[in-house]
Design a protein around this ligand. Structure first.
Ligand code: ZN
Ligand code: ZN
Length: 225
């Protein structure tokens, strides 16, 4: 196992296949010691390991105030129910995936794919727009709807001193009818992500990709591959 690490100042990777459990998609943490946000939660059983990674960075998991859920698949969302019970952060997700997250569409969380049981969670803040802006202190974070892999897939991005950082999970897909995937929407979403010209891409299953040319090549590889 690899240790949690800082990507840029105030942005960390605290979970993932090498950091918490083989089934986990990457879990990212950002903010300052008093207000922390998580991007996704891992697959569920690994949540204690994810929180331990937060502590190892010298940060208090009780200060996790928000969780941005990139989409409903269990490798990203399975830890939400326990996180809610232990810490009670605000759970933020797009309307398109709320039914799955809240347990009303079991096949959409892809639990059987991982051989895990999904524990539903109530979503506190339901995103309805194609873009919504949040502030973490002075730091502007844009949440952008990128349907395709699932109907409610979102990315988060912000402009930091080190460049534009894009938290984009499962940009590669895959696409599956059980999940409500939509190839046309997925291609449109990938083009929108290319247009962001991110300098750093914090991905779900491929780690952290930079600089900008590498991010562009990575996204183009799925679009034109
Ligand atoms: Zn997925
Ligand atoms: Zn995934």
């Amino acid at each position: 196992m690899v240790e949690a690490f800082e990507i840029i100042s105030g942005v960390y990777c605290v979970g993932g296949s090498q950091l918490s459990a083989p089934e986990d998609a990457s879990v990212y943490l950002l903010g300052d010691p008093d207000e922390l946000w998580l991007i996704d939660s891992g697959c569920g059983p690994s949540l204690p390991a994810v929180l331990q990674n937060v502590e190892r960075l010298g940060l208090d998991p009780q200060n996790i105030r928000k969780v941005i859920v990139t989409h409903c698949h269990i490798d990203h969302s399975g830890g939400l129910a326990e996180l809610k019970a232990r810490i009670n952060p605000e759970i933020i997700a797009h309307r398109g995936d709320v039914g799955a997250l809240e347990g009303r569409a079991p096949q959409k969380v892809a639990a059987e794919f991982y051989g895990l049981t999904y524990h539903p969670v109530q979503v506190d803040t339901v995103l309805e727009q194609s873009q919504e802006i949040l502030y973490l202190g002075p730091q502007k974070i844009t949440l952008q709807h990128v349907p395709g892999h699932t109907p409610g897939s979102i990315v988060a991005w912000g402009d930091f001193p080190q460049g534009r950082l894009l938290f984009g999970q499962d940009l590669h897909g895959p696409l599956h009818p059980n999940w409500g995937s939509d190839e046309k929407a997925w291609r449109t979403s990938l083009r929108q992500l290319l247009a962001l010209e991110a300098d750093i891409l914090a991905e779900g299953h491929f780690g952290v990709i930079s600089p900008a040319e590498e991010v562009e090549r990575f996204i183009q590889g799925f679009l034109f591959g």
